[in-house]
Design a protein around this ligand. Structure first.
Ligand SMILES: [Zn+2]
Length: 219
C-alpha cells in the first residue's frame, strides 16, 4: 500500500473510532466516504454492515463516483448519498453519524443555532432537513449536495447528521461541534434559560481567526 493510501486508511480508522468513543455513533451506525485523488473518480467508503469504531482494511472499499458502480451493493446503505455529495459539491470527505442531542433537537427544530463559542465559530447555523424517507432515498441524494455546499453540517430529522470537510478529520470536527451545540442548547433548556436571548449573546460575535488544523486536515 502506498504512503498516501496508508494515511487515508489510518485517518478513516481513527475517525471511525472517535465517532464511537464520543457517542456520535452506536455500534453499527454511521458511515464515511473520502475522495482519494485530486481530479479522480475514486473514493473510499465504508463496507455495508461494518462497525465504525472497529474498522479493518477490508471494511474500507474503493469504489468510483458512478451511480452504476457494481460494488455499490457491498458499500454502505447511504453510499449513493455519499456519491451525490462528492459529485456535486467541493467536499472531499463526508461523515454520517447518529449523535443523540442533535437528533433530539432535530425532531422539533427547523435549525440549530449554536449558543457556545466554538460551535458558533464553525457552524453559524445547522439546518434540519425533513424527508418522507429519511434514509438512502433519492430525495436525500437530490437535496443534500445543495445544502452541503452552503453548510458544513445538516441534521436529517429522526435519523442523524451528515457533515462534510476537505478531510474526514475536518468533517468529524464539525460533527462533534454540532453535537456539542445541541447538547448545550438541550441542557440550557432543561435549566429554563432563554435560548432566543442567548443566541444573540455578544460573545458569539468574534473575529474569524486561523485555527489549528484537525487530525488529517491538510495545509
Ligand atoms: Zn444513519
Amino acid at each position: 500500500m502506498s504512503k498516501q493510501s496508508t494515511d487515508f486508511y489510518n485517518e478513516i480508522k481513527q475517525v471511525g473510532k472517535a465517532t464511537f468513543i464520543a457517542g456520535l455513533n452506536n455500534s453499527y451506525s454511521g458511515n464515511f466516504s473520502v475522495r482519494i485523488s485530486e481530479a479522480g473518480n475514486n473514493i473510499l467508503i465504508k463496507r455495508r454492515g461494518a462497525m465504525m469504531g472497529f474498522l479493518k482494511n477490508s471494511d474500507i472499499l474503493k469504489i468510483t463516483l458512478s451511480p452504476n458502480d457494481k460494488q455499490l451493493k457491498l458499500a454502505s446503505t447511504e453510499a449513493r448519498i455519499h456519491q451525490a455529495i462528492l459529485r456535486n459539491s467541493t467536499a472531499r470527505a463526508v461523515l454520517h453519524t447518529h449523535p443523540s442531542y442533535a437528533t433530539v433537537l432535530g425532531l422539533e427544530e427547523k435549525e440549530i443555532k449554536p449558543i457556545n463559542v466554538e460551535s458558533a465559530y464553525y457552524l453559524e447555523n445547522i439546518p434540519v432537513l425533513v424527508f418522507d424517507k429519511a434514509s438512502a432515498s433519492k430525495e436525500m441524494e437530490e437535496t443534500l449536495p445543495e445544502y452541503l455546499k452552503k453548510y458544513r453540517v445538516v441534521v436529517i430529522r429522526g435519523h442523524g447528521v451528515f457533515a462534510v470537510g476537505q478531510t474526514l478529520g475536518e468533517a468529524l470536527k464539525y460533527t462533534h461541534s454540532a453535537e456539542d451545540a445541541a447538547q448545550i442548547i438541550y441542557l440550557s433548556r432543561m435549566l429554563g434559560f432563554n435560548i432566543n436571548k442567548l443566541v444573540r449573546a455578544k460573545y458569539l460575535h468574534f473575529p474569524r481567526l486561523d485555527t489549528p488544523k484537525a487530525f488529517g486536515e491538510r495545509e
